[in-house]
Design a protein around this ligand. Structure first.
Ligand SMILES: [Zn+2]
Length: 254
């Protein structure tokens, strides 16, 4: 089975509704390649290593969370940008990228999929900028009396070390999360009544906020927390349209 590039764009747009978000870069088709698509390769970031691996795997279209273009970025096509664009154009492959719409999708997005990976029960309430933060609690059979068991649980599920700042030692019943570089959501999570906040990265202020508010903070990796949305969406759309899909994970310690 194959489908046209524009039909594939329409399917992604229909599922992810990019028009609902104010984002840091363009969502949708970022680099135009061949007109017919048989195979989609998904990944977290359109890095050179990912593009090379996807081309080697026979991709007609790449589907990623972090595309090539961001607001405020140097617009010159030099260095890494020249290399990545050169590979995409040279191999005539399409690059689709969805940032916030991919974080937010209710079942297939990064936040939904991370919650599912961690065994968290999702509450309907959202918080933070553009309602991107999620709230929930420990699911069936899980109980976190303090930050330690939650940190060990996340480490086991994501396969990497986490940086955990304990709060005041209260049991962690209400857990907030937002994937990637969402450390700036911590205060909104505290205001939303969270006992702990899970995200990808930590900056200097969050350690103090955790100590002073009593709410635990866990930095679990930008890449590690955003590894699940892109393959979930790409597999869903590929299944819908009868296309082949493969996820390629290029590990990133950040
Ligand atoms: Zn990200």
């Amino acid at each position: 089975m194959s489908i046209t590039r524009s039909a594939l764009l329409q399917a992604f747009d229909q599922l992810l509704s990019p028009e609902r978000f104010k984002d840091y870069g363009p969502n949708g088709l970022q680099v135009e390649g061949r007109g017919e698509v048989r195979k989609i390769v998904s990944g977290v970031t359109a890095s050179r290593a990912f593009i090379e691996a996807a081309v080697a795997a026979g991709a007609d279209a790449l589907f990623v969370h972090h595309g090539l273009f961001w607001r405020g970025q140097d617009a010159r096509v030099t260095g890494w940008m020249r290399q990545r664009l050169g590979l995409l154009i040279g191999h005539d492959v399409n690059l689709f990228a969805y940032h916030l719409p991919l974080d937010a999708h209710a079942e297939l997005g990064n936040n939904a999929q991370l919650g599912w990976q961690l065994g968290l029960v999702v509450q309907p309430q959202r918080f933070g900028e553009q309602e991107l933060g999620w709230l929930g609690g420990p699911g069936e059979g899980l109980q976190f009396g303090s930050v330690e068991p939650l940190a060990r649980h996340v480490e086991a599920r994501l396969g990497r070390r986490v940086t955990a700042i304990p709060g005041d030692g209260r049991p962690l019943k209400r857990i907030a999360w937002c994937t990637g570089g969402a450390q700036g959501f911590f205060e909104a999570a505290i205001a939303a009544g969270a006992d702990a906040f899970i995200t990808g990265e930590i900056s200097e202020p969050q350690a103090h906020y955790a100590r002073e508010s009593g709410v635990a903070f866990l930095a679990c990796g930008h890449h590690a927390t955003e590894r699940y949305g892109a393959p979930a969406v790409a597999a869903h759309v590929a299944g819908q349209l009868g296309l082949v899909h493969e996820f390629i994970d290029i590990d990133n310690p950040a």
